[in-house]
Every structure is written in C-alpha cells, then in structure tokens.
Design a protein around this ligand. Sequence first.
Ligand code: NAD
Length: 491
Amino acid sequence: MKLEDPRLFRHFAWINGEWSHSLSGREQPVYNPDDNSLLGYIPLLEPEQIDHAVDAAEQALAGWRRIRADRRAALLMAWYQQLLDHRSDLATLLVNEQGKPRREAEGEVDYAASFIRWFAEEAVRINGETLSVQIDGTLPGTIKEPVGVCALITPWNFPLAMITRKAAAALAAGCSVLVKPANETPYSALALAELAERAGLPAGVFNVITGEPEAVCAQLCSEPRIRALSFTGSTRVGKLLLAQCAASVKRVSLELGGNAPFVVAPDVDVDEAAAAAVDARFQTSGQDCLAANRIMVHQQIYDAFIEAFSARVRELRVGPGDCPDSDIGPLIHRDAVEKANALVDDALSRGARLVHGDQRQAPGDNYFMPTLLAGVTPEMRVWQEESFAPIAIVAAWQDDDEVIAQANATEYGLAAYLWTHDRRRVWRYIRELEFGMVAVNSVKMTGPTVPFGGIKQSGLGREGGRTGIDEYLNTRYFCLGGLPGPSVTGA
Ligand code: NAD
C-alpha cells in the first residue's frame, strides 16, 4: 500500500502513548478483501496488556477530566485538522482494508472528521443547571461529569467514522477511551491513534487495543474500572456484551443491526424513486446498517419501478475500490459472499424471481454481483435478515395499513425510508413507522448534528447530535444548604 505518509500505517497496538507488540508474540494477519493479499499483522494482546491499557486510561483520566473544556476542545480541533490534512492517506487505508470505492472512502474520512469537529464544539457547552427550590435555605443544582474510562468496540464497515462518532464525544466529555476496532479493519484505527498523538492528545487518553475479539471484549465488559461501553456491530454480539456488562452495571450504548424498509407510494416519479432506492440499497456495497433491506413498492407502479430499478442496477460497476469506475467493491470476506448466496438460494427456492445478478461475472472470490429479486415474501430469509450484501429485494403492496404493519414486523428498528409527495402519508408514516430514524424523500440522513440510533433491538442510546455527548456524562445533583432567606431561585 502506498501512502504519502507511511507512518500512518501502523502494525502495533497503541497503549499509553506507545506502540505495543503482543507479549506472547501472537499476531493475526489482515487481508485486503479485493484479492486476499496480505496487508500486515496486528498483535493479539494478552490479558495483562489489556489490564495495563486500563491502568493507563485510568491514570490519564485523572488529568484529562480536569483540563479546561476549551483546551480539550482545542486539542480535538487539532485532531480534526490532522484528519483533513491526511484525507488522502486515510482514504487509501480504508480502500485497502475495507474494500470500499475510493469516493466512498473519502466521504467516510470527511464524515469521521465531522464528528470530531462537532464534539470539539460541544465540549464547551457541557452545562449543569440550578433547580427550582423546594426546601427553604437551599440551592439545588446539577453538575455534569465524565463517566470515566470508556471501552469503544467498533465494526469493519465504517472503520474510521464508527470510532470518531464515539471517541470524539467521550473525549469531549472528559473521558479516556480504549478502542477495540474490528480485526478485519484495524489500520484506520491505528492511523487515528498516530494522528491523535500528533494533535497533542495526552498519553493514555486515546488507546487502541487489538486482540481476540471474544476474549478482549469479555475482559473489557467485566472490568469494573471501565464505566461505560459503547458498541457498534451486530445485534447478536451486542446482546452478548450487554449481558456481560450487567455484572459491573456499566453504562451501555448499542448501535446494532437494521432491516430498513423503503416504502414507495404510488404518487411518485418512478425513475426518481428507483434512483434513490438504488443509492439506499447499494451504498457501502450493501454492507451498511442503513441499507434499504426491503423495498416495498405500491402495486400500481410495481412493474414500472422494477424496470427502472433494474436498468440502474445493470449500470452499477463492480471492481476494486482503487479503480475510479467502481461503484461496488468486494464484500469484507468470503463468508459474507457465502451468506449472500444462501439468502438468494433460499428466496429462489421459495418462489422469488431473479431479475438481475449473474455471480459468474464476479471479478474475484469476495465479490458479489448486484442482485435484484422480485416477488419476495416475508417468510424468506432475505426479507427477515439484514443481508449486508448488494442484494435488492422488491415486494408489492396495496394498502397503507398493510405496508406499515409489514414494515414494522421486524425485531429491528434502526432506519426507514418513505418516498411520496402525499403530505397526509408523510406525517402518518413518520408517526407509525417504528424506527429510530425515518427519511422522507431523501436517502442521506446522517451527519454530526443528528441523533443517530435505533429503537427495539437496533440499539440503546444515541450517537451524534446534541444528545450524543450525554452517553459519556454523569448528571450529579447537589443541594447547597444553610443559605439565608427563604430561597435563591424560585419560590
Ligand atoms: P460484529 O458484531 O461481528 O462485530 C463488531 C465488533 O465486535 C468487532 O470489533 C468485532 O471484533 C467484535 N466481536 C465480534 N464477535 C464478537 C464476540 N463474539 N464477542 C465479542 N466481540 C465480538 O459486527 P460486524 O460484522 O463487524 O459489523 C456489521 C454489523 O454492524 C451489522 O449488523 C451492522 O448493521 C452493524 N452496524 C450498525 C451500525 C449502527 O450505527 N447501528 C453501524 C455500522 C454497523
């Protein structure tokens, strides 16, 4: 991999401001999903090294939480600037370890940086309040304090942004953090550590630990000195970690899987809706928690929609992320391709129709050609599960009650899309779709200013927006007594 600044490509964990090997010498290889070529190794840290990292974060916390908020903000802004200055190299790392097309990789760097800036700006707006007096001669109030040392566990589909969305909020709040990136994509996280060091973040405030996921996460969850855990990943692993955190009653935030419906009403411009649905389904090569997993089109325009949609799917270009023409890159590994094949086989065996998607054209073992299935019904796996692959499924609907009920008939509740110009429908669907985020006539819905997150089994808590920092703050109440007079504020 060729970087303008080769020091951004690090193969060690980052603990207490130092690059660390595994004490046992155990390592894990990391591959480029495009061709399975070896990118490098990461250390598999031993339990005592994780323990050392927690010590370091705990010691660093003592100083970091006391640094004046505007100075913490300035350090975060310097980190933000480092990301912008190294945008091209960070995108190259993403393309190589994650496989996404370069255009999307650059977008992710900007997206990741935007959270650092947002939370740097929020750092100086962490305010307690004074409260209405109920007891004469007292002044009640609240102060906001950092939760403490936080563990941040992130997935491989957005290797930079899923870290900054958590870490910038935690650091702005005055917490210190241990990041456990996905083993498939550790190098973006390690580059973030290098840039944090250059920005002047004190040693031990931002640590990146690598190791065997199950063992490392179990240790982090059971460690009482870690006061909060924030996880982005699958619902299955999220539930496991939530249970493990119970023993030490940690603050837990979870950003989990989705099964987003994309409902198209009969009043729309079919071509416009089809173009939007292609974007919503095939972004991040389909490996996106916000991906439109179930496209539901009104019966009146169903055939026209299938025609317009399949014409656009046919135009999608599949190839390596570093090829400027690529719209769809490889999936993260072969298992993901096999899961995609199994979902398609299941749907076809239950009566779905393959409109598009010839897997013989795949340019490599980890590629899955964009696929369109029509006539999909709710009992098919591809309807019920998050496919995390470039598979679009389209079903017809006739009645608003029925389509809302079908859209909601899932354990997930992350995001939903609606395409319509009918005002009555807009408000009704916003109210009745049981999802944490609803986008109407828009595919883009994320950014640093919005409260990102799901309901139901898609998660707990919110990231980004004005409330994103609350996940990392304790509200503490005080009652100041012995004051003269009946009251200072209120009656
Ligand atoms: P994953 O759950 O397999 O892994 C996430 C993290 O947990 C990784 O760091 C991994 O190493 C670790 N992990 C994996 N297995 C573990 C285990 N048994 N015990 C402890 N830790 C373990 O998820 P993934 O495959 O990396 O990411 C894809 C999932 O993430 C999808 O379900 C997607 O919807 C979800 N996601 C959600 C959001 C969101 O904001 N809601 C964003 C991106 C991805």
